[in-house]
Ligand binder design. Structure first.
Ligand code: SAM
Length: 276
């Protein structure tokens, strides 16, 4: 049994982790949370009584504190060794189920909030799955650079496909940033806690918006006219001009509203192009 969230210390968490003499696997991003502030920041944004899906249980520290505010926590862990440890740590909590599996593949239950100290290697596919599943809220601790990309505005160095598809479906905020020693063993990077809150999608056909964004952002520093001519031809350039878009703008400067108008005007061309 862990101490209450208000009083738990880094030493308490380190003691629990080292007790199991586990050899962390780098490939699975096994960096366990030891900074109580990270746990407090996450738990504070989980509405009381909500159904939580956690990705990457680890030894179950965050899970334990989530279970105190949530009505139900379903937590998925790929490493069987950790599943057994987590079941031991969480034993006796009737509102927690630990599932062994790959969180990108196993079916997800209906859930109000996805929470994860995200294994780095699955960051982008996990975010894409959250969007596809339409989860109402996500609280994710991810690499600081990726967090900046998610929240980036048009024109910025970090602005790209991930920012656009995410911001089309979610409001994105960065709540806090943590030094590497918030996790054990320490990763090489800083981490940021991101909150994603579902909103009305900016466009009804995500497939077209994704195709257009993928195509254009192959050449983020080129002007729109150049990219359209190269891949789709002069009729596509005209269709975009007719939609009132400045085709001399650089791709990285296009805001989401402009991309939506471009996607709409390129519909006939992209359907064809989609076969490539
Ligand atoms: N939640 C724990 C914590 O905060 O201490 C662990 C976080 S650790 C950064 C990420 C965890 O995700 C590891 O336990 C790792 O084994 C697990 N993991 C990695 N890839 C996974 C996948 N595809 N599906 C489910 N779990 C995965």
């Amino acid at each position: 049994m862990l101490p209450d969230i208000d009083v738990v210390t880094r030493d308490d968490l380190m003691r629990l982790i080292t007790r199991y003499r586990l050899k962390p696997v780098k490939r699975l991003s096994q960096h366990f949370v030891v900074d109580p502030a990270v746990i407090r920041d996450i738990v504070e944004h989980v509405p009381s009584g909500s159904r939580v899906l956690e990705v990457g249980t680890g030894i179950g520290i965050l899970t334990y504190y989530l279970a105190r505010v949530a009505s139900q926590v379903i937590t998925i862990e790929i490493d069987g060794r950790l599943v057994r440890i987590a079941e031991h740590v969480l034993g006796g909590l009737s509102n927690v189920s630990v599932i062994q599996g790959d969180a990108l593949r196993v079916p997800w239950p209906n859930t109000d909030v996805v929470v994860s100290n995200v294994p780095y290697s699955i960051t982008s596919p996990l975010i894409m799955r959250i969007i596809k599943e339409g989860v109402p809220r996500a609280l994710l601790t991810i690499q600081r650079e990726v967090a900046n990309r998610l929240a980036s505005e048009p024109g910025g160095d970090d602005y790209g496909r991930l920012s656009i598809i995410t911001q089309c479906n979610y409001s994105v905020g960065i709540l806090s940033t943590y030094a590497p020693d918030s996790f054990y063993p320490s990763p090489e990077v800083y981490s940021s806690l991101v909150i994603m809150t579902k909103k009305e999608p900016c466009y009804r056909d995500m497939r077209i918006l994704e195709s257009v964004t993928n195509l254009l952002f192959r050449h983020r520093n080129r002007v729109l006219r150049w990219v359209l001519s190269k891949y789709l031809g002069p009729n596509a350039v005209n269709a975009v001009i007719n939609a009132g878009i400045d085709v001399n703008a650089r791709v990285r400067q296009l805001g989401i509203n402009e991309l939506v108008r471009i996607a709409d005007s390129l519909r006939p061309f992209i359907n064809h192009y989609g076969n490539h």
